[in-house]
Design a protein around this ligand. Structure first.
Ligand code: ATP
Ligand code: MG
Length: 200
């Protein structure tokens, strides 16, 4: 499985609909400082429900909505809605059709080669709302998280290594580094279950 493309609408610095295609093996994104490279990573974290606001370098979720006055920290009465759709190529069936059916909540699925995960936030006068979609159908965040976990993509995982993470990893104690390796290898989950069982 790999990311096939992402489509951003009013997300952070992307004030117009932007489609970014990815290659199967390796894709690099280059550009000047502040041009939005890290915002693309934030968009993936946002859509897949992998990070809290701080992880996406925003104080509140609504800061993720495009705001041309962002640098001046002023409010903007334009777009009050943002969305990101990540299309995953699943031709290799990393995620099985039955797992997709479970997540969508119906046996009647027509798309298995592509998994489209979309998140939308909408701001109103005094609140904001977050919506998730799987192949166009409304779902909960937990449905998406369960589905992605089947492909080894989790909020605790190191699927995304952020700017600064590498230095952090280098400066860790060997024990802390070992914990990361356990997490990636999937051993940590069993350690947690074992500890839970002992407690019971
Ligand atoms: P670097 O090479 O320094 O890491 P980068 O290409 O990763 O840069 P980003 O951090 O992705 O750059 O983009 C930062 C830019 O995004 C800043 O100019 C910031 O003002 C802008 N930005 C962030 N949030 C918003 C928003 N909600 N609306 C408009 N622009 C925003
Ligand atoms: Mg950056």
């Amino acid at each position: 499985m790999y990311i096939d493309q992402i489509v951003l609408e009013n997300f952070k610095s992307f004030g117009r609909t932007t489609r970014i295609p990815f290659y199967e093996d390796f894709t690099t994104i280059s550009g000047p400082n502040g041009s939005g490279k890290s915002n693309i990573i934030d968009a993936i974290l946002f859509a897949l429900g992998l990070a809290r606001t701080r992880g996406m370098r925003a104080q509140k979720l609504t800061d993720l909505i495009y705001n041309p006055a962002h640098e001046e920290d002023r409010d903007y009465d334009g777009a009050r809605e943002a969305s990101v759709e990540v299309t995953l190529d699943n031709e290799d069936r990393t995620i099985s059709p039955s797992q997709i059916a479970t997540a969508i909540g119906t046996e009647d699925i027509d798309e298995v080669d592509q998994i489209r995960v979309k998140r939308r936030i909408k701001q109103t006068e005094d609140n904001y709302y977050s919506y998730y979609y799987l192949n166009g159908r409304s779902v909960n965040l937990s449905d998406i998280q369960d589905l992605l976990a089947a492909a080894g993509v989790t909020p605790e995982g190191y699927n995304v290594v952020m700017q600064g993470d590498v230095t952090g990893i280098i400066q860790m104690t060997p024990h802390e580094r070992r914990e990361i390796i356990d997490e990636i290898a999937g051993v940590a989950e069993f350690d947690r279950k074992k500890a839970d069982a002992h407690e019971e």
